[in-house]
Design a binder for this molecule. Structure first.
Ligand code: AMP
Ligand code: MG
Length: 424
């Protein structure tokens, strides 16, 4: 068994701000190293393990930036008008064969290859044309204008995309434009997921009095799939040290990360702490945030030769579980998966209501962001902000993010919001 590295923060309860907790997590993690080659069409959302180097110049030839007439810039008369004779038409994708005499030009379409010796394109709308005669008034165009140079977007041998890039649709197009059909990406991060609590029932089970369905596993599974992780679903685990130990041992054997919900609040935590202390160096934090105060994080010992397995133990309340996932686990899992820094994407919206808030903790309230009639964005809070009310999170399309030191917000003030759709 390999020893985990030093715990980011000593075990035991720590009071931390959101910023301190995030920093402690980020500084503890090392990205996975495993890679695989994938055909381009399967690479959406995957993280590049090496730079994509362009094998070609882009564009591959000097070409025209405009529909117009291509000619040699040296033919421009310094004072009077220039008159040229058009001797043919060049379409995109059909290179010109032949040579031009001085005083001749070619009708050229945007993207068509510039014939050798021609360096300037006068746009159609800037010249007067009478059958084959093209007249250009002085001062309208300078030699070399409207020519896109070979390699001007990207020279052969230069990186088109850097390692750590999480591939978006446009990146797939960019890579295809280079003629590259395969990419090296990091393997998927393997995340073992389970829920804890005697009161939980899984879908399909009878719901006895006092029991609730396990919803966290489904919301977290969805969030993990969006991040591109491979989910190992370990189901429900009872509040029992033997069951917890067994499940964690299995998780450690199979996964890079263990994600749990429930069982880290004060009342719950006694045997959880004992079991986790046996298996690794997990710190229990009280994070100054609402929702989501209890949170545990740290390394579990992995089988020999493997890096530590990182435990993220989220609070059980369904909203708190998802909010702490978005605030801490999302960025951390992207980091482990080899992606570049991915802080929560924030924008600003005008609050339609006053929001009560005391400095000294971060708050994440559920809100509906919509276009404001006068331009920009506005936000209103959804109904109950209770940590267990999943419906109000489902009605929301964003979190209103109120910083640690921020006080109450007046109606009409700008606040930070994070759109759920912006969260990979
Ligand atoms: P805990 O953090 O275990 O004390 O749980 C806090 C609250 O969240 C309790 O009301 C639990 O019933 C509820 N809860 C815990 N885990 C889940 C889950 N997986 N799905 C739905 N509710 C849960
Ligand atoms: Mg519980």
């Amino acid at each position: 068994m390999s020893e985990p590295g030093p715990s980011p923060l000593a075990a035991g309860d720590k009071n931390l701000s959101v910023a301190q907790a995030g920093q402690a997590i980020r500084s503890a993690l090392q990205p996975i190293t495993g890679q695989e080659a994938l055909p381009l069409h399967l690479a959406l959302g995957r993280v590049l393990a090496v730079d994509v180097i362009s094998p070609i110049d882009v564009p591959a030839h000097d070409n025209s930036a405009m529909d117009g007439y291509a000619f040699a810039g040296a033919a421009l008369m310094p004072t009077g008008p220039t008159t040229l004779t058009s001797v043919g038409t060049l379409m995109a994708g059909a290179p010109w064969i032949g040579t031009l005499a001085s005083g001749e030009c070619l009708r050229i379409m945007t993207g068509a290859v510039m014939p050798a010796g021609l360096d300037t394109v006068v746009p159609l709308e800037l010249c007067q044309v009478q059958s084959d005669a093209v007249r250009i008034e002085p001062g309208i165009i300078q030699p070399g204008e409207n020519r896109r140079r070979r390699g001007e977007d990207l020279a052969a041998g230069r990186p088109a995309l850097r390692a750590g890039r999480r591939l978006a649709p446009v990146d797939l197009g960019l890579i295809a434009s280079l003629g590259v059909g395969q990419v090296r990406v990091f393997r998927r991060l393997r995340v073992a997921l389970f829920s804890t609590g005697n009161e939980l029932r899984t879908l399909g089970q009878a719901r006895e009095p006092g029991c609730v369905y396990d919803s966290n596993r489904y919301s977290l599974m969805g969030a993990l799939h969006r991040l591109g992780a491979e989910v190992i679903d370990l189901g429900l685990v009872a509040d029992d040290p033997v069951a917890l130990r067994q499940t964690l041992q299995r998780a450690v054997a199979e996964a890079d990360v263990v994600l749990t919900s429930g069982g880290v609040s004060m009342g719950d935590a006694d045997y959880t702490r004992d079991v986790l202390a046996e298996l690794g160096q997990v710190a229990f934090w009280k994070v100054a945030m609402r929702p989501g105060r209890p949170f545990a994080f740290g390394p579990l010992r992995a089988p020999a030769g493997r890096s530590p397995v990182w435990l993220f133990a989220l609070p059980g309340n369904p909203v708190a579980a998802l909010v702490t996932f978005y605030v801490f686990a999302r960025e951390a899992l992207l980091q482990l998966a080899g992606a570049g820094p991915a802080p929560m994407p924030l924008l600003q919206a005008r609050s339609l209501t006053a929001i009560r808030k005391r400095p000294g903790r971060s708050e994440f309230q559920r809100g509906i962001v919509e276009p404001a009639p006068a331009g920009g964005w506005q936000v209103r809070l959804t109904g109950s902000q209770g940590a267990g009310v999943l419906r109000s999170m489902s009605e929301a399309n964003a979190l209103v993010v109120l910083g640690h030191d921020q006080a109450s917000v007046a109606e009409g003030e700008l606040v930070d919001v994070c759109l759920f759709e912006g969260l990979a």
